[in-house]
Design a protein around this ligand. Structure first.
Ligand SMILES: Nc1ncnc2c1ncn2[C@@H]1O[C@H](COP(=O)(O)OP(=O)(O)O)[C@@H](O)[C@H]1O
Ligand SMILES: [Mg+2]
Length: 304
């Protein structure tokens, strides 16, 4: 299998604001057709990175290529070929949907047929509606339609779901999947770990202007998720012998709640050891680590 071509390559990107280094060393590549995530806490340098890729920021160091163009020299070429989603609701309430499409170039030659575009996103009957009269979901779909107005090969979505309620976030996730299904590569910037885990094929975790990990969500979880966690409750004596059970690396107890960490077949060994001692907790279970565990392990924001 040949791997698809990279649509974005970033090597040792460095970006300063005055003497402040916002991005000190960021490298990654995005393959055609994937949803690629840039995950990190607020202030990590995510927006700075994607704005640099779009030619919206000067770049102090590194090599960057977007769709084969260098944003330092060919920002206009890049912007013609990419889509970028609006941050928050940046349209005036009184603006009509078709006027917004016009503003974004969808009505000009070269863009997709704007009626198809509206139909694709469930807005066929809304061309004459004012932005302010649309429901939240319709506004969201309009932003997606606008980002796709120039039929881009690549879209940058920066914190697209921040501030949305949980139901609207689910809808937005479906929209993002649909963008990709239609053949557009997606670079998704988010500080939401469940969002990155759910949507991204691959991602980089960025912290303080550097990449601290790269991989698929599952790969990162296996590598940094801290192994397997087994939980159960048990009233009565402390189970001090648990630490000696094969494959167990750590035991935590909070009153009657136990959390046993380990690797490989630790669940089977813990279960057998419990049963051997006449203990059969009905809630014995193995929990999957999440990207959140990876994130916390890698970015260690909290000082203990
Ligand atoms: N225009 C700017 N001038 C000075 N500092 C900035 C500017 N934009 C962002 N920063 C700083 O750069 C760092 C990275 O910001 P940003 O890229 O917006 O992070 P993120 O998107 O990951 O939250 C932050 O410390 C932020 O305060
Ligand atoms: Mg940001």
């Amino acid at each position: 299998m040949t791997s698809p071509p990279s649509v974005v390559t970033v090597e040792n990107l460095e970006k300063r604001y005055g003497s402040f280094i916002a991005v000190s060393d960021v490298s990654f590549h995005v393959d055609e057709g994937e949803i690629f995530g840039i995950l990190g806490p607020n202030g990590a340098g995510k927006t700075t990175t994607v704005e640099s890729l779009q030619g919206l920021r000067s770049i102090e160091g590194g090599e960057v290529s977007v769709l084969g163009f260098d944003p330092r020299k060919h920002a206009a070429e890049i912007r013609r070929r990419i889509g970028s989603q609006l941050q928050e609701s940046a349209l005036p309430d009184r603006m009509k949907v078709w006027e917004a499409l016009d503003l974004f170039g969808a009505l000009r030659a070269g863009g997709r047929d704007w009626k198809d575009l509206l139909a694709d996103w469930g807005l066929a009957k809304k061309a004459d509606a004012r932005f302010g009269s649309l429901s939240g979901g319709q506004q969201q779909r309009l932003f997606v339609a606008l980002a796709l107005a120039n039929d881009p090969q690549l879209v940058f979505l920066d914190e697209m779901t921040t501030g949305l309620d949980p139901a609207s976030r689910r809808v937005a996730w479906e929209l993002i999947r649909r963008i990709r299904e239609r053949g557009t590569t997606v670079v998704l910037v988010t500080h939401l770990m469940d969002e990155a885990e759910t949507l991204c094929d691959r991602l980089v975790v960025v912290d303080s202007g550097t990449v601290v990990a790269e991989g698929s969500p599952q790969g990162l979880i296996e590598r940094y998720g801290g192994g397997v966690r087994v939980r159960f409750t048990h009233d009565g004596d402390g189970l001090s012998w648990l630490g000696d059970v094969p494959h167990v690396t750590n035991v935590d107890r909070d009153r009657n709640r136990y959390e046993v960490r380990g690797e490989g077949p630790v669940l089977a060994y813990v279960a057998a050891a419990l049963v051997e001692r006449g203990i059969a907790p009905v809630d014995l279970r193995q929990e999957r680590a999440t990207l959140e565990d990876v994130f916390l392990a890698l970015t260690n924001e909290e000082t203990e």
